[in-house]
Design a protein around this ligand. Structure first.
Ligand SMILES: Cc1ncc(COP(=O)(O)O)c(C=O)c1O
Length: 452
């Protein structure tokens, strides 16, 4: 009985899949907050290289992966697809559960798939320094790794609560040569404004993004790199789903249900978009797509679909997305990568079209699922990935109740080896389920920008 479906390096995808080619209606455009008008490529040039700006708006179905990027991908790609036979047995379910394991990358998650591509295009454009934010530390580690390979300076604003929870992530980023600054910091106007208001601020991705963007805007040789949300980031992640398609062919299966966690939407898009594209093109009809988020930061399930800023300091353009309001600071749950007030415009658009089902879980049930997964499959998931594990287990239990065998595919987007404090706290009974604060969200949403 086969467990692992592996591909040789020559089977790695040579092009990323761009879902914008197959959308029934185009994703709403990005607006310049000063004018309320659609943003122009030149508006974005102070932050991103032109190659990435072009990818952001491209409607080409396939975008070639540059050979230098492919050659770095080969360090860990193609990643394995596993059949979770022991988990299936433990659940006593008729479902078949497969998971794509992105934790084999050097940084331990899917994030290097885009970090390497972004570093490459920035280096080609003559950029010397990249600034960024990180929540869980996975994205910061990925960009620090990519920066080391392309000889780029990397400056990471790390959400303060994550910096406290994950000192070893910081050490990893510094080992790759990056500079790590807990956010909010005194180094930027954006950080100082937050600290003046609340010196005890635990930080948020929105605040850290504001700091990183401010630094990039003030330095001609620096650009900003975002680890999720934007179309080009989701595009780079599609290598995950493209490989999974070939691997499931080898297994003689096709997924009925695809599950992934959603912070900004990139690992979800990575595994889901190639399959969703097939559905949009009418090549198959029945696959369901489940996006799982934490109840503490329920962007898709409780947020408003509106134009909002990507950061708290309001330095970014306006994007149409599900949002909890750019000033919302989610509770300090351990799934730091899921603590973002917004969501990728592409994912939000597809939720609005009824093509993706959003779902929210509290963190304790996700840790319980992660521990069950570790005890059956041996891999300890990142706290973010636990949300996908929980979603997949729930779908498998539903199959058991209904007596139906369905094929479930989920993305195990990262390992939890740098997240052990969260497991220590979980086992000691110190973790709590934090619901979102309705009043705080209402306040943050009241501050949404007015767009005519
Ligand atoms: C392991 C892991 N999973 C998921 C996420 C959420 O991001 P996204 O929704 O873009 O995949 C993060 C973000 O930092 C992460 O580190």
């Amino acid at each position: 009985m086969q467990i692992k479906y592996t591909l040789s390096e020559d089977k790695m995808p040579k092009a990323w899949y761009n879902i914008q080619a197959d959308l029934p209606t185009p994703v709403p455009g990005v607006l310049n907050p000063a004018t309320g008008q659609p943003i122009t490529p030149t508006d974005l040039e102070s932050l991103f290289p032109m190659a990435l700006i072009k990818q952001e708006v491209s409607t080409e179905p396939n975008i070639q992966i540059p050979e230098p990027v492919q050659s770095i991908y080969r360090q860990w790609r193609p990643t394995p697809l596993y059949r979770a036979r022991r988990l299936e047995k433990h659940l006593d379910t008729p479902a078949k559960i497969y998971y794509k394991y992105e934790g084999v990358s050097p940084a331990g998650s899917h994030k290097p798939n885009t970090a390497v591509a972004q570093a490459y295009y920035n280096k080609e454009a003559g950029i010397q320094c990249l600034t960024t934010e990180t929540g869980a530390g996975q994205w910061g580690s990925a960009l620090a790794f990519a920066g080391a390979l392309f000889d780029l300076e990397v400056v990471v604003y790390m959400v303060k609560v994550s910096a406290q929870q994950k000192p070893y992530r910081r050490a990893l980023m510094e080992s790759y040569g990056a500079k790590v600054i807990p956010s909010p910091s005194h180094e930027t106007q954006a950080g100082r404004a937050i600290l003046a208001d609340n010196p005890q601020s635990t930080g948020s991705l929105g605040i850290a993004i504001g700091e990183a963007v401010e630094v990039a805007l003030g330095n001609k040789t620096a650009n900003y790199a975002l680890g999720s949300v934007l179309n080009h980031v989701l595009l780079h992640q599609t290598v995950i789903g493209l490989e999974a398609q070939t691997q499931l062919d080898m297994a003689g299966d096709y997924p009925d249900i695809i599950v992934a966690c959603t912070g900004g939407g990139s690992n979800f898009a990575g595994i889901a978009f190639p399959f969703l594209g097939a559905k949009l093109r009418g090549e198959q009809k029945t696959t369901r797509f489940v996006a799982v988020e934490p109840t503490a930061c329920p962007t898709l399930t409780k947020g408003k679909y509106a134009y909002d800023f990507g950061d708290t300091a309001h330095l970014t353009p306006l994007v149409k997305m599900h949002t909890l309001g750019s000033s919302f600071v989610p509770p300090g749950i351990h799934a730091g990568g899921l603590r973002y007030h917004g969501m990728s415009p592409l994912i939000s658009h597809l939720v609005e079209l009824g093509l993706i089902e959003p779902r929210a879980y509290p963190q304790l049930s996700c840790f319980a699922a992660g521990v069950m997964f570790a005890r059956t499959e041996g891999i300890l998931p990142a706290p973010e990935a636990n949300h996908a594990v929980k979603g997949a287990i729930d779908e498998a239990l539903r199959c058991k109740e209904e007596g139906i065998s369905r094929t479930i595919l989920f993305n195990l987007c990262g390992h939890g080896h740098f997240d052990m404090q969260s497991y220590i706290d979980y086992h000691a009974g110190r973790l709590q389920d934090s619901e979102y604060n309705e009043q705080e969200i209402a306040m943050a949403l009241a501050g949404l920008p007015v767009v005519s």
